[in-house]
Design a protein around this ligand. Structure first.
Ligand SMILES: [Zn+2]
Ligand SMILES: [Zn+2]
Length: 323
């Protein structure tokens, strides 16, 4: 499924098979998760994507053409971080997620909305056996970004999650596993998602316009809505952090300095490191994280994106690619 230009639907196309270069493997895609970032790329909210582009950066598949590290038949996950330079000040200080020259799957590199994809084998992850292909796909971005966001939120006893989609439903389970109390904020009146959140151990779920029943120690904002930043700041206690997990967000409205006073922190989370991936994929079966998945056939990628745009997916949308 190909994006020819932002703002237009993806087009089903027959493309030549990708030809892996040195250090790359060719992977037969079994499943590919649908991420809000894909929506931002397709809608043109993220500039300068490769065009034409095959989107998709939560790929689960099997190696067809091996490399030096991965053998034919190995089951791998291909994440958003597709390549880093290895020599800039960020790469050299354990922050490859901030690499100046990083290249991202399904953005600058063709991704997994396809039957075949090539990938740098150093950036592929082994996929825990516990998960089938559809269940594993959302771990690769929703899970990883959520996990990194949770780590950057500090050590909160009371954690707020604004937007309860693919990422939040995974983070909530990790946070509960760590003994944290979780509060979920959804679109107004979304009783189904609020009930879903409670079923995962969230102790309070309500509309994003509501105040939680008590102060929070940290909040993670997954919804791409700038108005949530002052709302979340108003909900966190002194010393608390508000972490913006998305790659794109509408403008943040101005707010009184008093909201930030008291050593409150606002920060963003950008991309992932390979270490984040290794940590989450080792942790996932131990929690155990259970992913709620709605599957779509590959050729219905536009429908899957549309459902995500309208907030109609419970958990994560995943393209089932292998017939
Ligand atoms: Zn670098
Ligand atoms: Zn993503």
């Amino acid at each position: 499924m190909v994006l020819d230009s932002p703002g237009t639907p993806l087009r089903a196309a027959e493309l030549p098979a990708p030809e892996p270069g040195p250090g790359q493997v060719l992977v037969a895609v079994d499943a590919c998760g649908v991420c809000r970032t894909d929506l931002h790329v397709v809608d043109g909210e993220l500039p300068d994507s490769k065009l034409p582009l095959v989107p998709g950066h939560q790929v689960v598949g099997r190696v067809l053409e091996p490399g030096a590290r991965l053998a034919a038949g190995d089951r791998v996950g291909i994440p958003w971080l597709g390549w880093t330079c290895g020599e800039c000040r960020y790469c050299l200080s354990g922050r490859e997620n901030l690499c100046d020259r990083a290249r991202f799957t399904g953005y600058q590199l063709d991704g997994g909305y396809a039957e075949l994809v090539k990938a740098d084998e150093r950036f592929c992850f082994p996929v825990p056996e516990k998960y089938d292909d559809l269940e594993a796909a959302p771990l690769l971005c929703a899970g990883l970004i959520g996990y990194r966001s949770l780590r950057l939120a500090g050590d909160p006893e009371r954690l707020g999650l604004y937007g309860f989609g693919a990422s939040a439903h995974i983070v909530a389970q990790v946070a509960r596993h760590e003994g944290r109390r979780v509060f979920a904020f959804t679109r107004a009146g979304d009783a189904e998602t609020q009930a879903f959140a409670r079923s995962l151990g969230v102790e309070w779920a309500g509309d994003a316009s509501q105040s939680p029943p008590e102060e929070l120690d940290a909040a993670i904002i997954f919804a791409p809505v700038g108005e949530l930043v002052p709302a979340a700041l108003a909900a966190v206690a002194k010393g608390g952090s508000v972490v913006c997990a998305g790659i794109h967000m509408s403008d943040i409205p101005s707010f009184p300095y008093e909201f930030l006073w008291g050593e409150r922190v606002v920060r963003s989370v950008a991309n992932l490191t390979r270490r984040d991936g290794e940590e989450l994929l080792a942790l996932a079966p131990r929690v155990p994280i259970r992913t709620e998945v709605e599957a779509f056939p590959l050729e219905q990628a536009n429908e899957a994106l549309g459902r995500l745009r309208s907030g109609g997916v419970l958990g994560a949308a995943v393209l089932a690619v292998r017939a």
